[in-house]
Design a protein around this ligand. Structure first.
Ligand SMILES: Cc1cc2nc3c(=O)[nH]c(=O)nc-3n(C[C@H](O)[C@H](O)[C@H](O)COP(=O)(O)OP(=O)(O)OC[C@H]3O[C@@H](n4cnc5c(N)ncnc54)[C@H](O)[C@@H]3O)c2cc1C
Length: 547
């Protein structure tokens, strides 16, 4: 059998692209090969309180290499291992991000199909959104979206939370909608769930008519040997870990930002020095494969309630929590996104990283208010119900890491190095985000600080807790000890460097990549919306362009 398309990895992106290709032409012979199992009907993953998610059977359970800026900790980095990929275990946050990033992407690669205006039609096509704003949102897409407002959830501290953010100068977005291109402010928290039920990409983009192999690991891409010098090799199929070879006319790598980079290198496409370490013949020298790796860092802190009997947390006996809608998703009123106020401080951090004074009029981090931090105040904490949680997510890391080989064997996990929190800018941004949260929860300026919270709980190994008097050194040490992953690996086969704007791997015929590895700029959002839109557009491109 000669397949028209072979997808390596059957995650979010492969589900969308293969579904769309079949929709365009049902006679196409499409094969999707997925390392994990099929969870499409597995009730153990379907609900927010499911326990078979992170650490369960559909998680690769990766760990990073020791993170030099985080006390050499190996950070857990779960990734989906199932048909549907990350959508089988993710939290379902539906967060579009900032128009600025997509426009930067379009400009960088010189192709405005990848700008905000270029991707917006696909963002709209993918969603069935409760917000009435046809310019920005779709109503007919395969992914139903729920918001806090649309599901009629009014958490006990909603008014105080809103008031507290506003007291600090953070304002509500029009329609409380952070998914309309400008997320800076207070927005509703959207999730792609239907009354709480998980939406797995391979369910919402059904794969009827597509042949799927699950529990099947691909070891590498097979490349032809060109007959004349100067010709590029051609991808002719894939080799499975069990040695079987499967032939196809076009191969699409969709194994996620960690494994796609590994598969390229195992196939002889990558940095020559890296391949030579493991005696892999260099078929195409591609120095940027595995570089430009990024993830968003996440820091959570717990804050003690003045009156734990008031029924604020989901583990309290408050009858509110018995209403079914309160079990639909993340127990939070809002998703709050902020830029950096202290631009002079940011400029100093940039100078330390880059060795020269940045021009505030032209520097990409200074010339406009970018999306830097996300804040989610949640009605959960310690099981005894005495604390609440706030999460800080650093959405615009300037630290870059890498994925490199650990061996020439696909069964070995590669070296995963997000290099979290390495730059002065990242440290500065996390510190400013943390200071804002400290003010939000413990200063006299806010309703929460005055009436609801008695103080921060603290962390193991620290005698101090966060207060408005905390020093930079203390904040840094807490973040260094506690920063975790937001599970958003991206960028290891960046468009413009490794693939062209039609997603074709440079220097190889018949090979494309569609997954988060192609993002050439940091997407300052949880990655699903951008990934669905990229995959949706990729299907049009693949169907309409030769490879
Ligand atoms: C725990 C968790 C929570 C998250 N929460 C959110 C959230 O709330 N909101 C949000 O927007 N995003 C979230 N994400 C991120 C989002 O799910 C991912 O960004 C998205 O799934 C990436 O899509 P992808 O197509 O690039 O890769 P994936 O969906 O990861 O798919 C890659 C697939 O390739 C398979 N594969 C890998 N190697 C091989 C091989 N050699 N052979 C065969 N198959 C292979 C994998 O098993 C996997 O199924 C979360 C992710 C995780 C893990």
């Amino acid at each position: 059998m000669l397949w028209d398309y072979i997808f390596v990895g059957g995650g979010l992106s492969a589900s969308v692209v293969s579904n769309r290709l079949h929709h365009f032409d049902s006679s196409l012979k499409i094969l999707v090969i997925e390392a994990g199992g099929n969870a499409n009907n597995d009730e153990s993953v379907m609900w927010p309180n499911s326990t078979n998610l992170i650490g369960g059977e559909y998680d690769w359970k990766y760990k990073t290499v020791p993170q030099v800026a985080l006390n050499n900790r190996n950070v857990d980095l779960p990734c989906g291992k199932a048909l549907g990929g990350g959508t089988v275990i993710n939290s379902g946050g539906w967060i579009r991000g900032d128009k600025f990033d997509f426009d930067l992407w379009g400009d960088l690669v010189g192709d405005h199909r990848w700008s905000y205006a270029g991707l917006l039609p696909y963002m709209k096509l993918s969603e069935d959104c409760p917000v009435d704003n046809p310019k920005e949102h779709g109503k007919d897409g395969p992914l139903p979206i729920q918001g806090i407002v649309s599901t009629h959830r009014e958490f006990p501290l909603r008014n105080q939370t809103l008031e507290s953010w506003e007291a600090l100068g953070v304002t509500q977005l029009p329609n409380i909608d952070g998914n309309a291109g400008n997320p800076l402010g207070i927005g509703d928290l959207f999730e792609n769930k239907l009354k709480g039920r998980r939406e797995i990409a391979s369910n919402n983009f059904p794969l009827g008519g597509v042949t799927v192999l699950t529990k099947t690991l691909v070891a590498k891409v097979l490349l032809s040997t060109p007959t004349a010098s100067g010709q590029n090799p051609e991808a002719t199929g894939v080799k499975l870990a069990n040695g079987t070879e499967i032939k196809g006319k076009e191969i699409i790598l969709s194994a996620g930002a960690i494994r796609t980079a590994q598969l390229l290198m195992l196939s002889g496409i990558g940095p020559a020095d890296e391949l030579k370490k493991f005696n892999i013949p260099v078929r195409v020298s591609q120095p940027d494969v595995g570089k430009n790796f990024q993830d968003h860092g996440l820091f959570a802190s717990l804050w003690t309630l003045k009156d734990p009997s008031a029924g604020y947390t989901v583990t309290s006996p408050n009858p509110l929590w018995n209403q079914p809608q309160y079990g639909y998703g993340t127990p939070a009123d809002f998703l709050v996104t902020t830029s950096i106020k202290d631009k002079a401080g940011l400029a100093v951090a940039i100078e330390k990283d880059e060795g020269k004074k940045p021009d505030p009029k032209t520097h990409p981090l200074l010339k406009t208010d970018r999306t830097f931090n996300e804040h989610v105040f949640m009605y959960t904490g310690t099981p005894d119900g005495t604390t609440v949680t706030i999460m800080l997510i650093n959405l615009l890391p300037t630290s870059k890491g890498s994925v490199t080989l650990n061996s020439a064997d696909i069964n070995d996990v590669p070296n995963i190095n997000p290099n979290y929190h390495f730059t002065e800018v990242d440290k500065f941004v996390a510190r400013e985000g943390m200071r804002l949260q400290i003010e939000f929860l413990s200063s006299n300026k806010t309703a929460l600080g005055r009436d609801i919270i008695s103080g921060e709980l603290g962390a193991t190994g620290f005698t101090e807790t966060f207060t408005t008097e905390s020093t930079d050194a203390y904040i840094d040490s807490r973040i260094t000890a506690g920063l975790a992953s937001t599970f958003h690996p991206m960028g290891t086969a960046a468009m413009g460097k490794v693939v062209d704007t039609n997603l074709r791997v440079k220097g190889v015929k018949k090979l494309r990549i569609v997954d988060t590895s192609v993002f050439p700029v940091t997407i300052t959002a949880h990655l699903q919306v951008a990934t669905y839109a990229t995959a949706y557009q990729a299907a049009d491109i693949i169907y309409n362009t030769k490879c």
